[in-house]
Design a protein around this ligand. Structure first.
Ligand code: ZN
Length: 108
């Protein structure tokens, strides 16, 4: 990790970790090339994963909801909440979820 990173950025990076309880399911979905969304009826989204663990449509819905949060702090809070709930992957980590390297596995 870069030493130039501000404490705030570091905090955010550390905070934006998918909790262990969600990791196996998300890793399996991303490896299968599927979107990680679970619909309210319990069915899983069958669309291909594009980025952040989501398909194009689910990602659009996510960003729409994020945009509706007022102010940058609320947007960051919203993002953290969704990552913690295992609904979206932290930015720039999708490739780590398909790796077979045990250290990178723990990093995602
Ligand atoms: Zn989807």
């Amino acid at each position: 990790m870069s030493t130039r990173m501000s404490l705030g950025q570091r905090y955010l990076m550390e905070a934006l970790q998918v909790p262990k309880i969600h990791r196996d399911r998300l890793r399996k979905r991303v490896r299968e090339g599927k979107c990680i969304t679970i619909h309210e009826d319990g069915s899983e989204c069958q669309n291909p994963v594009v980025s952040r663990g989501l398909c194009t449509l689910c990602k659009q819905h996510y960003y729409l909801a994020r945009r509706k949060q007022e102010g940058e702090a609320a947007k960051i809070e919203f993002e953290k909440e969704k990552v913690n709930q295992g609904l979206i992957l932290p930015q720039g980590t999708q490739a780590d979820w398909t790796t077979k390297n045990p250290f990178l596995r723990d990093a995602s």
